[in-house]
Design a protein around this ligand. Sequence first.
Ligand SMILES: C[S@@+](CC[C@H](N)C(=O)[O-])C[C@H]1O[C@@H](n2cnc3c(N)ncnc32)[C@H](O)[C@@H]1O
Length: 268
Amino acid sequence: MESSLEKFSDFLNRHHAVEKRIDDPDSSSDFFAEALKLPEIVGFTALADTLAYARLLTELLRITAGANSRRLIDLGIGSAIPSIIALRDNPQNLDLKVIGIDTDAAALQTASENAETFGVSRRFQFYQGDFLKVMDDLVLDSKTLIGSNPPYLPVPESVKNSKFSSINGGTDGTFYLKKILQHPFPSGSVLALAWSSLSNPAVIISLMEKNYEILYVHSYIAKFGVYTKSNELAPHLEAERNADRCLYFTGNDGIHRQWILGTILRRL
Ligand SMILES: C[S@@+](CC[C@H](N)C(=O)[O-])C[C@H]1O[C@@H](n2cnc3c(N)ncnc32)[C@H](O)[C@@H]1O
């Protein structure tokens, strides 16, 4: 049987993934330059993940530029930094508005302040709520794009600490990814989705290829961060890797690294 790593490598090859590292200052200085232009942000702890998603939304707006999209619905918008960067880097479509959904009131407050700081408040509407419920009520048209960098880290059920709630993707990391990928969005809907090699990639790849045409893939190698190195998650990630549901590697420097993925998908 094909291993997760074989399936994952094959997926990257077949879809001509853009492959980069984002923890290497030499090859990723543009990422960090972008970050330095940003104000100091409350709770901004996952730089690599957020900036990889910013790149994904930028690419989404670039490849759909001809479609004159009117709305980008960002499911789990957090600080709104990715959407703000994507708008900044796609100045050709000034009519595009971002609808940001998040359960976390503090994140939405930060998002609103960031939009204000960047002078783009009029292009944002924020709603506090559960994006799984919002997805059910959405009436999508061909001018609406969807983006999400959902919680996707594997977190064992025994971990109850609320500090993990914004990244908790269930025991194998796929809880939200599956809900999004299985949702019956209308045929032709375009979705930008961030995920990780830690979140049962074989299952996610099968779902994507079953329900979607894959328009774009990027894969950024990133060092383990504050959550993935934590005592609560590290042993669980190792157990998940031993069960072939989670992929990461250890460099010569002894540091674990994952692949942060971004995919742009069109619903079949
Ligand atoms: C991994 S963070 C991504 C934040 C931001 N989009 C970024 O890329 O930096 C996931 C976000 O989803 C939010 N979230 C988690 N579950 C949610 C749900 N069911 N409905 C709405 N937002 C949710 C969290 O509060 C958090 O802000």
